[in-house]
Design a protein around this ligand. Structure first.
Ligand SMILES: [Fe+2]
Ligand SMILES: [Fe+2]
Length: 217
């Protein structure tokens, strides 16, 4: 689970999807599950445009679900789902906005207090709080959790959004330490390419691309 990935091992998306499907079977994420988070992304509204907008959060949600399905062991998938939708909501800009995670954590702890079980909400907020900072500053205990690892890898995988076919875009492979991420690198790049080029509503665009690729059911 903590191996460093050799870039030469990147598997092209069409082959990678076959392996994901074989491993996840009936546990592939469902389109309606993605759609059920659209309301949260729109209330209050996360921008439909921009590199940290709704396309990004919807794709991070998908990557979190797929990666979650590939990882052994028990963990809190809802905390990862919430991270996906909430983590970039409080950005002031698309650059080095170091405190957007702290603002996201504070905001969600208040706004979602009555809607989410407190243990899940606190964990999701903690991951949001720390996700912007260099890993060595993040509390060791949090870094060891599957939820932290899945959530931050899912976020990183969307850095392939600018990649040409079979290229990794802005993704820095040194940040990917989960062996399971190998399978998802080119899948993430293809999902981004397809949804970026769509004229549909962002969640619908990601859903359509995910269904076409066979990543969602
Ligand atoms: Fe962020
Ligand atoms: Fe992000």
């Amino acid at each position: 689970m903590r191996e460093i990935i050799n870039p030469e091992k990147i598997i092209y998306w069409d082959e990678a999807i076959k392996q994901v499907k074989a491993r996840l079977g009936k546990n592939l994420p469902k389109a309606w599950e993605l759609r059920s988070y659209q309301y949260l992304a729109e209330h209050p509204l996360i921008s439909a445009k921009g590199i940290h907008g709704q396309l990004h959060v919807a794709r991070v949600w998908v990557h979190g679900r797929v990666l979650g399905g590939l990882i052994d062991g028990v963990f809190n998938q809802q905390a990862v789902d919430l991270f996906a939708i909430e983590h970039d909501r409080q950005r002031y800009n698309d650059g080095y906005d170091w405190f957007h995670g702290i603002r996201a954590a504070k905001d969600m702890m208040v706004r979602l207090k009555q809607a989410v079980d407190p243990v899940t909400l606190e964990l999701a907020a903690k991951i949001c709080y720390w996700h912007v900072f260099p890993e060595q500053l993040v509390p060791h205990k949090l870094r060891q959790t599957s939820e932290w690892q899945i959530a931050t890898h899912a976020d990183a995988l969307d850095r392939t959004r600018n990649g040409e076919p079979h290229d990794i875009g802005d993704l820095n492979l040194k940040y990917l330490k989960l062996q399971e991420s190998l399978l998802l690198i080119d899948i993430a790049r293809e999902l981004a390419a397809r949804s970026n080029n769509s004229r549909e509503n962002p969640f619908t665009a990601v859903e359509t691309a995910g269904l076409e690729m066979g990543l969602l059911q």
